[in-house]
Design a protein around this ligand. Sequence first.
Ligand code: ADP
Ligand code: MG
Length: 140
Amino acid sequence: MATERTLSIIKPDATARNLTGKIIAYFEQQNLRVIAQKRLQLSRRQAREFYIVHKARPFYDELVEYMVSGPVSVQVLEGENAVLRNREIMGATDPAKATPGTIRKDFGESIERNSAHGSDSLENAKNEIRFFFSDMEIVG
Ligand code: ADP
Ligand code: MG
């Protein structure tokens, strides 16, 4: 097992419902540490760039509008197998299909408004962390 870092975003549907602390508790209770964190309002340009891999998908424009609809809270999480662990703690993309006890099952409103983002590979985690944080903002 390896200690990894991954990028997490608490999405606008969750910040709107004041769920930031509750969602962070899921990570901390399952041995992921918050080693960097900030709240910010994404610009459309940032949201489009962050989700550029989905630009050909029919939901891309709607996803971008949703991601700029309110503040997000962005974290770097660190722990054993953090990339996969975070994906397990979040649950399936569609809250209706997610396992009980996961963030998306417990808080997600729809396949789009699913409360949390997590990097899907170690390589993407490195790029996504760099997208949001400078080295001096990350304190492990
Ligand atoms: P994940 O976030 O689980 O890695 P994807 O990378 O496939 O999922 O999709 C990125 C985000 O786009 C999802 O978290 C969700 O907010 C949104 N999304 C995915 N699929 C759909 C869909 N069919 N309709 C609307 N929004 C979607
Ligand atoms: Mg994804």
